[in-house]
Design a protein around this ligand. Structure first.
Ligand code: AMP
Ligand code: MG
Length: 411
């Protein structure tokens, strides 16, 4: 966990936080076997190796005539006798011989003796004869056996999150069950005397608990099992108690609120009392107050209470760590340079993540801000599809400037 006192004393850079958070998490090792219908979004625990060739037989890519290319040398036309009519699903094993052709449909296996398919558009059929133009290259419109997947070849790597295309690959292999990592269990709770259930009535001074709902949605999209510990008031004993309960049940605990330096910011104290605290101030905006540590076997992530700050930290720092914990191969961040429209001046020294709309236009990537950027403005995050990232130190950006943009849907 590193040196706790060192962690407490200073604000660390975004990059250092990123590294330390990733270092906290140990990928799960437990696996389960699921059917293809349950597999999308799950993380493959073992590589998948092709056990059959796909296609299994050389077959026709077009409707036409299967011929021996040796019959089509030279120029001009040649007349071949049609000896069989072969549709997809059929099979023919006795020809064509020289001077013969087999009428063939897309997907039908190339019969022995043929090595080329001549598309029907360039043939002239007359009864049992077909007239074909010579000079067609050998192998044209033939899909070779194993052209897509060859026996023994690794078709899906371990650590891959399964997408629809991957499910198609498994199905093409005749594989109807796969070994995936078990789901991770994430316990969440909100803190704050002012925070109330969304289904409740709002009295003066209260706010609906938007953090927990947003977080639950984000975790659901990732495929985590969420265990909801509700809302906990600003009470040290209550926070300690929920932390201890959660630590026994989950892989990860995520809380929101109560981590900044205020009279009621008790999450850090509770964590220090009941577990180990790592660090808590990150030089980023929004999202400076955070708390990381461990409780028993669980990793603890304490997010700031401001709804935009909390979800921003989740997107940027927590999600990549969770993905790693889930057994996923951590991909690099999706980032791009884009042309900025607008005006923004930043005076503080922290790295800034502005909520932005990235548009991939025909003239290249363009970006603008979603509007005012206050850390309480949830609509600024809801409208965004990306973060515009400004480096440490004071900086002004204006229309036409090239700026760095990070995609929001990064894993
Ligand atoms: P805190 O980090 O606890 O100091 O909270 C910072 C701000 O975020 C305060 O204005 C809180 O009322 C607000 N806040 C904290 N938790 C939530 C929550 N779960 N839903 C909505 N707003 C919250
Ligand atoms: Mg609070």
């Amino acid at each position: 966990m590193g040196d706790p006192s060192g962690g407490q004393a200073r604000m660390i850079s975004f990059e250092e936080a990123e590294e330390r958070i990733l270092a906290y998490v140990v990928p799960v090792t437990g696996t389960e076997v699921v059917g293809l219908e349950q597999a999308p979004g799950r993380i493959l625990a073992e590589a998948v190796v092709a056990r059959i060739n796909v296609p299994n037989h050389a077959n026709s890519a077009m409707d036409g005539y299967a011929v021996a290319s040796a019959d089509l040398v030279g120029t001009g036309q040649v007349r071949l006798r049609v000896v069989f009519d072969l549709a997809a699903g059929g099979f023919y094993s006795s020809g064509p011989g020289r001077g013969e052709a087999v009428r063939i449909m897309t997907g039908a296996p190339i019969p022995p003796g043929a090595d080329t398919v001549v598309i029907q558009e360039v043939c002239r059929r007359e009864g049992e004869w077909v007239e074909v133009t010579c000079g067609i290259p050998r192998g044209e419109h033939v899909r070779d056996a194993g052209e897509d997947m060859r026996v023994g070849m690794e078709v899906l790597e371990a650590g891959k999150r399964l997408r629809p295309g991957d499910i198609g690959v498994l199905a093409a292999q005749g594989i109807d069950q796969v070994t995936v990592f078990r789901r991770i269990r994430v316990g969440i709770f909100s803190t704050g005397n002012e925070v109330v259930e969304v289904a409740g009535t709002l009295r003066p001074g209260q706010v609906y608990d938007s953090n927990r709902a947003g977080l639950k949605a984000a975790l659901g999209v990732m495929g985590c099992d969420v265990i909801d510990f509700g809302i906990v008031g600003d009470d040290l004993a209550a926070i300690e108690s929920v932390l201890q309960r959660a630590a026994h049940e989950v892989d990860v605990i995520i809380s929101t609120g109560g981590v900044s330096v205020g009279d009621y910011d008790l999450v850090r104290t509770a964590l220090a009392n009941k577990g180990e605290i790592g660090f808590w101030q990150v030089a980023m905006k929004p999202g400076k107050p955070q708390a990381y540590g461990r409780l028993g076997g669980a990793v603890f992530f304490g997010l700031p209470g401001n709804p935009v700050s909390g979800l921003t930290v989740f997107h940027l720092l927590i999600r990549p760590a969770l993905f790693r914990l889930m057994g996923g191969r951590s991909g690099s961040r999706k980032r791009i340079w884009a042309t900025f429209t607008g005006q923004w001046t930043k005076k503080h020294s922290r790295k800034e993540f502005l909520r932005a709309i990235l548009d991939l236009t025909g003239e290249g990537p363009k970006v603008k801000l979603t509007g005012p950027q206050g850390s309480g403005l949830m609509t600024s995050l809801a409208r965004a599809n990306a973060f515009m990232v400004l480096p440490e130190g004071p900086v002004t950006v204006s229309s036409g400037d090239r700026v760095e943009v990070w995609m929001m849907d990064n894993e």
